[in-house]
Ligand binder design. Sequence first.
Ligand SMILES: [Fe+2]
Length: 445
Amino acid sequence: MSEFQDRWGCPVTAGSQDAVIAYEETILSYLAMQTDIADRLDSLFALDPSMPMAMILKASLVKMLATAEMQETAVSLALQAHECVAKIPVTDRESAHLSALNAWLEGEMETACMRWEAILIDHPRDVLAIKLSQLNRFYLGDAGQMRDALARVWYAWDNSVPAYGFIAGSYAFALEESGAYERAERLGRDAVALEPADIWSAHAVAHVLEMQGRAAEGLEWLNNLRKHWGAVHNFVHHAHWHRALFALGLGDTANALAIFDGDVWTDKVADYLDLSNGASLLWRIQEAGIDTQDRESSVAKLAKALSRDHGLVFADCHIALSLAQAGCMEDVSDFLDELDRFSGKPGTQSRVMADIGRMLCMASVADAAGDAQGVVDLMLPCRHDIRRIGGSHAQRDLFYRMLVRNILQLQQVPLARALLSERLEVQAGDYWAQEKQAALSSEFC
Ligand SMILES: [Fe+2]
């Protein structure tokens, strides 16, 4: 084993330069969200089965899938990395990565983020530390920290650095979630111009257009880029989810349903993001007045398959939503009991579940049961804490709409008007809130 430098100038311990190149190519596949990532990992391990950063990368990639099975695999890989590091000298950066991975695997996401972000002070081009910090800050609902973590390294990035566009796209998304729409859109569009297949950067721009209510532009933007996404893994379903949101923004429910059937809910759906896309899109479509009952059971089937994982509260909230929407009341009741047990365990996600997640799950059940007062009683006092389940503003919109819809069902017009007004201050382009507010204003006048 020797010390090399990767193409971003970070020190890395490996058996050969070829192994370092295979590691870099795996990182590039991860950034581009490509289907070949498993093959890349296999090639990397075939070249060097003892490379610490390879083990850390693989453990991180499987941990991201947020299933109980993959958690076990990630823990096993981390143990192998520990054994390896005990036998050979490694760099401080690699030790710090292992320490951050440990915190993540123990469920302490804030600690893990602080450790990745500490690495970035000395190694601002450490792509893995950047992406893992961004991912976990995202699922902590902490947009400001996402932005700040990238702002701190941005001085070290320009177009001459390999994979610059992918990191620019990450920064664009962090800026969008922080409300800096103009700069986010510019960075995201520049990144896509560099690499049209960069779906994360395209997606960052889509978020800007969604938040600004530019639905026609958004649909055109994604429709024009979709021809480049042939090698993208399941994240492509989420990009199509955004197309469906734009279709709903244009009032075109038939197109939204067609996108659900053809591009969002394909025969390849498998993970929690697929589940959240499917459950939330069906909720939005039925809220627009379309019967979605014949599609609910297919989504609920995946929800049941993922219901014992508890990798992310964000996922669990969509599992409860799906089960309730499909009328699986016995399953959702068992699921809520399980969430009670999960809430008592250590770790960031258990704490978020106890503080806010279980309440949101119960609100989804009340919503499906037509218990409007139940939804309002559960959600109104803590609506400002919903961001803690993580996900994007666009994804969490669902819960805000659920609350307002039920307030309207109770005919509490002043409260609905106040919350819509509050909402439009944050997201002026929210077509749904605009329509509801306009209807209430005409009544008011
Ligand atoms: Fe998104």
